[in-house]
Design a protein around this ligand. Structure first.
Ligand code: ADP
Length: 988
């Protein structure tokens, strides 16, 4: 109970002592309070009684002196003197009556009991009350004294015989005549009952025992009580007590004591009195009160105080006993809780020990086993009960893993030397069943509270898994070390900017012979100043922030002075508990060289390809120009010849040149792809009209091969938002192929709308019953220049460009193309384009559409038009001749072979149309000429037609955007030339 507990129980004797002490203190407090109260009451009564006494004394003294003064004044009254003198001289009845009358008035006025006029010797002359009596000897003596002293004398209280035993007080004064001789004495009798006694006996507060009285000291050793007492009758001037009774307040007063006195009264009762002489008189006043009354209230209070004191003592007793009980209760409660806590903590300790992953064995001081926890039981194979009392070396038998020797010196170390002993981690525990378990153990001494050794506690843990992991780690380390050593990538570890490790590859890449040449160097020393890697400072910061740097290319200077390119990765990591950087790098000089070679090879190939494309474009131009003559003349011949043989030959020339023209067009289209400059110009196109026109174009060709050509179009009107030229080109290629590769049977051009995944598609099919395409060729035919039958043995002519163009154009238009074909049975090429929504396709107005016109081969314009004036600027004589032959019958036509001559011609003429070649040899070309013509005021709006072998769509667009109004590609059909002019003039 010394600080262990918050509560403790005091000894019962202490509790009793405390109670007694408390009771004594309460008793003392109560008694002090009582004494104090008594003192207060005593003091209060003393003050009260003193005040009453002094007040009465003052009143009596005042009254006494007043009466004395009155007696003197009245006796000197001249009127009285006259009447007395008159009476004394005459002694008649009348004089007596007059005298009585006059003193009677005085009596009434002053309240005297009687007034006597006496002789100076004390004989009575008259009395107001007119009574005849003997003057008392006391009065007589005082009359003589008064006459003798010629002053007012006061008798003491006396029982007047004249007043029938009433107690009087007499004031005696001589009556003096005008000669100042005393002639008589006036005696003024005052009845004590009238004023003096009531004043003495009156008590201002209510009291049952209090009284005031006056006494006089008699000459004969007596103290005479002068008034009636409260508690005894007939005492006035009759009752006396001997002056020897010192316990009497009256005696004390008569002996001159002034102030408070406690003694016994005339009845022998304890009283509390105040004593004082009354000045000017021979009297002493005593005011007293019974002590019993004085402390009447105090006794009640004493009872209350005693009760209260007892009550307090009782409460204190109860309180102390309650606190005692409560403490006892709390103490036992705390004791219980402590016990419970102890039990819980022991339980917790026990459970902890039992559930510990480590084995725990405790022994006594002699090394005998006392306790094994669960894990110790499992590992040793002993259970706690069996092992108890056995020696530790028997239960916990260990040997060194490496030496195989027993190692049981733990008891010596711990118990004999009292130190904590930790065994090495090469310890094997030999369990009861003989198994060897790798363990790590610690032994520690156990001391009791006095500090003396009581045994040891041994803890050990199964390290089987840990050692297995360590083995794995060392194996893995070995593996990685080997990997690093044989790796072709260089690896260095950098610590504080110093290389601390290098592998073999790093030695080789960095141009060193041995590792020592590199260790301690900064990796930055190797960086070539021309390194293309990122800023070094930024890189350092990245590594400091723990970021990896991956696959950065650097140029470094090797130790042998050569510089090489490396690819590098740097990764921060913890190396021997410090922040290090692992840098992995490989020599990429070879690879870089290869890439550079590849890039230059690619650039070369692109250059060649460009040259090829330019070559094709130039070839196309150069071939097209002479074909103007071939096609033109063939057409003219065909029209003019009549001999069927000759006509057939002319037709042969025309067909050959048409084929050539188509080939050139395809080549040209191909070059456009290579420059990726095709512009798709989409518009709403009436698909029925477009298909109808294509169909018409090829009917003659099909008829010639005796093939039936059908068209199946499943809608009357459908507008497709597309590029009409490209779509026509696609269909022309497909139908042309179908005719070429079909020897018998039919060709069908069909169009329909179908739905796939809720989306409408326009499906256009070109089917034939031709030779078909073997499955293994169905992929390659889409490639440029590829055909089913290739090489010298090929059975069909053609360029192998048509389908490549079809595929590319289809994709440009947002569609797709498929092939279904079976060798020997025929092929179907299927085009799919997303259909515009139906509402749009039907309500588009005609104005927005581009209709494909079928131009008549026959020229009928000559009948319609008047002769218009045309200037044709052309340096090719054949072209000039052809044009002349075609146009001169219809138009008035001039020719210029240079821009210069053309410009001079337009000055002198008003041409309606100017046709111009673009390539005009030396001087300005057709485009420059157009610019110059447009500066001429008369030729601002004159139509200018480019007639050129620059026949691509791009060329056409360029010319039309730079001042020319029309375009005609060389070579051309006669009808095409006529159509251009007809259009121009019809508009005009
Ligand atoms: P070209 O017809 O000029 O050879 P294309 O690119 O148009 O070139 O066609 C490539 C090849 O595909 C043709 O050479 C031909 O072997 C094959 N081919 C094209 N269309 C058909 C078809 N309708 N029937 C059979 N074979 C075809």
């Amino acid at each position: 109970m010394n600080g262990k507990y918050r509560y403790y129980i005091p000894k019962i004797t202490h509790v009793i002592a405390l109670f007694v002490l408390s009771s004594v203190l309460i008793g003392i407090a109560g008694y002090s309070y009582f004494i104090n109260e008594e003192k207060n009451i005593r003091q209060q009564k003393q003050n009260e009684i003193k005040a009453i006494t002094e007040l009465k004394i003052k009143q009596i003294s005042g009254w006494y002196l007043d009466e004395l003064a009155d007696a003197g004044i009245i006796s000197k009254n001249s009127f009285l003197m006259e009447k007395v003198d008159d009476y004394l001289k005459n002694k008649g009845i009348l004089q007596k009556s007059k005298l009585i009358n006059s003193i009677s008035e005085i009596k009434t006025e002053h309240g005297y009991d009687d007034i006597l006029i006496c002789s100076l010797e004390g004989d009575l002359f008259v009395s107001v009350n007119n009574r005849i009596f003997y003057i008392d000897s006391l009065i007589k003596e005082n009359i003589i004294l008064s006459a003798k002293t010629n002053s007012t004398v006061v008798s003491d209280l006396f029982k007047s015989s004249a007043q029938k035993g009433k107690i009087n007080l007499a004031f005696i004064s001589p009556i003096v005549n005008e000669n100042n001789q005393s002639i008589a004495s006036a005696v003024f009798l005052i009845e004590a009952d009238e004023f003096l006694y009531p004043l003495i006996q009156y008590w201002p507060t209510s009291s049952t025992t209090s009284e005031t009285f006056i006494v006089r000291k008699e000459y004969n050793g007596k103290v005479l009580y002068l008034n009636e007492l409260r508690h005894q009758k007939n005492t006035a001037l009759q009752f006396w007590l001997p002056i020897t009774r010192k316990d009497l307040p009256a005696v004390q007063a008569a002996n001159g004591k002034i102030g408070i006195f406690e003694g016994k009264d005339y009845r022998g009762i304890e009283v509390f009195a105040y004593l004082s002489p009354i000045p000017e008189t021979p009297w002493f006043m005593i005011a007293k009160i019974n002590k019993s009354e004085l402390f009447d209230g105090l006794y009640d209070e004493l009872i209350i105080i005693s009760t209260m004191t007892l009550l307090f003592i009782l409460i204190t007793g109860i309180g102390i006993s309650l606190i005692y009980n409560n403490r006892q209760k709390n103490f036992y409660k705390e004791l219980y809780n402590k016990e419970k806590e102890l039990w819980q903590s022991e339980e917790k300790f026990k459970v902890t020990l039992e559930s510990l992953g480590n084995g725990v064995i405790t022994t006594d001081i002699s090394g005998k086993v006392q306790y094994l926890n669960k894990m110790a039981e499992v590992l040793t194979g002993w259970n706690s009960q069996e092992a108890k009392g056995k020696s530790l070396s028997e239960v916990y038998s260990v040997k060194n893993e490496n030496s195989g020797e027993k190692e049981n010196n733990i008891i010596d170390k711990v118990l004999k030397q009292g130190v904590v002993k930790e065994l090495g981690n090469h310890t094997l525990l030999i369990s009861r069943s003989g198994d060897s378990i790798p363990v790590r153990d610690t032994g520690a001494p156990i001391y009791d509270v006095d500090g003396s050794l009581t045994g040891l506690v041994l803890t050990f843990q199964d390290e089987t898994e840990k050692r297995r992991q360590l083995n794995l780690i060392s194996e893995s380390e070995e593996k990685y070390r080997t990997l690093i050593e044989i790796s072709r990538d260089g690896l260095i570890i950098v610590l504080d900017d110093n290389i601390v490790f290098v592998n073999n590859a790093a030695i080789e890449i960095l141009g060193a012979v041995k590792a020592e040449q590199l260790l301690g160097k900064s990796p930055l020393e190797f960086l070539n100043p021309d390194s293309i890697g990122i800023n070094i400072e930024r890189r350092k910061r990245m590594l400091e922030d723990g970021m990896n740097i991956l696959n950065i290319e650097e140029k470094i200077n090797r130790l042998d002075g050569n510089s090489i390119d490396i690819e590098i990765a740097a990764i921060p990591f913890n190396y021997k508990n410090r922040r290090a950087i692992q840098i992995i790098f490989r020599n990429i000089s070879e690879r870089k060289k290869m890439i550079t070679d590849l890039i230059s090879a690619k650039e070369k190939a692109e250059e060649i390809n460009k040259l090829k494309t330019n070559f094709f474009a130039n070839m196309s131009h150069e071939l097209r120009t002479p074909f103007v003559g071939i096609m033109g003349y063939a057409e003219l011949l065909l029209e003019s010849l009549t001999d069927p043989d000759q006509k057939e030959m002319a037709e042969g020339i025309l067909n050959t040149s048409i084929r050539m023209k188509e080939t050139l067009t395809k080549i040209l289209n191909l070059t456009r792809f290579e420059f990726s400059s095709i512009e798709v110009s989409k518009n709403y196109v009436n698909l029925c009209t477009l298909l109808e026109n294509i169909y018409k174009q090829f009917t003659r060709l099909a008829e010639k091969k005796n093939l039936s050509f059908e068209k199946l179009i499943c809608f009357n009107s459908l507008y497709l938002y597309t590029d009409e030229t490209l779509l026509s080109e696609i269909l022309s290629n497909l139908i042309s192929n179908a005719i070429i590769y079909t020897n018998a049977g039919k060709i069908i051009l069909s169009a329909d709308v179908s739905k796939k995944n809720d989306i409408n598609f326009i499906v256009i099919k070109v089917s034939d019953t031709g030779i078909g395409i073997p499955i293994d060729k169905q992929d390659i035919i889409w490639e440029e220049f590829r055909q089913v039958s290739e090489g010298t043995t090929r059975s069909y002519q053609g360029t192998g460009l048509g389908l490549a163009i079809v595929k590319k154009y289809t994709m440009l238009l947002g569609g797709s193309v498929f092939l279904e074909s079976e060798e020997g049975k025929g092929s179907t090429f299927i085009l799919e384009f997303p259909a515009p929504d139906s509402s749009k396709s039907e309500i588009e107005n005609e104005g927005k559409m581009t209709e494909t016109n079928n131009y008549p081969l026959e020229n009928n314009s000559s009948n319609i038009l008047e002769k218009k004036k045309i200037l044709y600027v052309e340096d090719d004589l054949i072209a000039i001749d052809i044009a002349k032959r075609i146009l001169s019958k219809i138009y008035e036509i001039d020719f210029s072979d240079t821009a210069e001559s053309a410009l001079s011609k337009i000055n002198g003429n008003n041409y309606d149309v100017i046709l111009t070649d673009i390539n005009l040899g030396a001087g300005e070309n057709g485009q420059e000429l157009t610019n110059l013509i447009r500066q001429h005021p008369n030729y601002k709006n004159v139509p200018i037609v480019a007639v050129t072998a620059f026949a691509s769509e791009d060329d056409k667009k360029e010319f039309l955007s730079k001042g020319m109004t029309h375009f005609l590609a060389k070579p051309f059909y006669i009808r095409e030339l006529l159509k251009v002019l007809e259009d121009i003039f019809n508009k005009v």
